[in-house]
Design a protein around this ligand. Structure first.
Ligand SMILES: Cc1cc2nc3c(=O)[nH]c(=O)nc-3n(C[C@H](O)[C@H](O)[C@H](O)COP(=O)(O)O)c2cc1C
Length: 138
């Protein structure tokens, strides 16, 4: 069975909780990785990827670790199945921009990007699990 990495950045743990639930939805194929633990080249070795990052800066991906990782991954995303997710505090429009980048890179979004306000509650955890499951069916 091919592994499916769940690669995330999380400042206070909210997106990490989402990532754990996404991994549960994927099941035994899931490999949970903080973004610092996997290079873009390593990530590009998989045909399906779950990517998580909270809203940072002014409606952007976190700039010091996740954005450089994703910028390096973009040219390698062609034809891959991808889901994206993240926690936000007050806006969340970064998710639309991120979806556009994934699509422009030629990847297939297995489901719309999943935004959760703050820490995921029970319903949000269930949505994260569904997101992970969608990746296995893509
Ligand atoms: C420096 C900083 C910048 C942020 N910028 C945004 C933002 O532009 N839009 C937004 O909706 N939330 C923003 N937030 C709120 C976080 O996205 C929110 O607290 C989220 O739950 C953090 O998730 P995490 O623990 O996974 O990092 C910001 C938080 C910090 C600390």
């Amino acid at each position: 069975m091919e592994k499916i990495p769940v690669i995330y950045w999380s400042g206070t743990g909210n997106t990490k909780l989402m990532a754990e639930a996404v991994a549960e939805g994927i099941g035994t194929a899931a490999v949970l990785k903080s973004v610092g633990d996997m290079t873009a080249e390593q990530a590009a070795g998989y045909s399906a990827l779950a990517l998580g990052c909270s809203a940072m800066g002014a409606e952007v991906l976190e700039e010091y670790e996740f954005e450089p990782f994703f910028t390096a991954l973009e040219p390698l995303l062609q034809g891959k199945n991808v889901v994206i997710f993240g926690s936000y505090g007050w806006g969340g429009s970064y998710m639309n921009d991120w979806e556009q980048r994934v699509k422009a890179a030629g990847a297939e979004l297995a489901a719309p990007g999943l935004l959760v306000l703050g820490a995921p509650d029970e319903a949000a955890v269930a949505s994260c699990r569904e997101l992970g499951a969608a990746l296995t069916k893509a």
